[in-house]
Ligand binder design. Structure first.
Ligand code: ZN
Length: 172
């Protein structure tokens, strides 16, 4: 049996959470255009989810008003397309529109979501494993020379395997 450090487990949980969030966002982005239509889409951009209310930046107050009137039907369509009922309302605002457009270049560099966020639970798990593996390979056990995790060396000055043999064997 092997066990991993708390840090690694927390990393795993965090990436699972990110994975779920990222999955929802990808779906919102993918289907948003379809939900509002080609004509409206260029004037809008989903920016966030606050207490299950989808925040959408719009290019002008007129669009904000028009879309606010239509938001129930847009919401219904979007929830159908993404096959989730997590979003309960949509809030349209012009406030963030300019900021988004000036940030767009930077945003694209900083958030290539498809690369950062795993697309499947398996991928998330694989990444966790490789993180754990990387931690393990940083250190070597002075007794047997096998790769050891930092916490193993910190705790026992040995790999877990050797520590169990040396410190716990006689208790069996
Ligand atoms: Zn060892």
């Amino acid at each position: 049996m092997s066990f991993v450090s708390i840090d690694s487990v927390l990393d795993c949980l965090q990436s699972q959470e990110k994975w779920a969030q990222g999955r929802l966002w990808r779906k919102i982005f993918r289907y948003w255009e379809q939900a509002v239509g080609d004509l409206v889409a260029p004037h809008t951009r989903p920016t966030g989810l606050q207490r299950r209310i989808l925040q959408v930046a719009v290019s002008s107050p007129v669009w904000a008003q028009t879309l606010s009137f239509q938001r129930r039907s847009i919401l219904q369509k979007l929830n159908q397309l993404i096959e989730e009922d997590l979003i309960v309302d949509i809030h349209f605002s012009t406030a963030r529109w300019e900021k988004i457009n000036s940030d767009r270049k930077i945003t694209k560099v900083l958030m290539p979501t498809d690369n950062i966020i795993p697309t499947t639970p398996q991928e998330a798990l694989d990444r966790c494993r490789s993180v754990v593996q990387q931690h393990k390979n940083k250190h070597r056990c002075p007794r047997c020379g096998a790769p050891a995790a930092a916490w193993e060396i910190a705790r026992w000055r040995l790999c877990q395997h050797c520590a169990v043999q040396l410190f716990f064997a006689h208790r069996r």
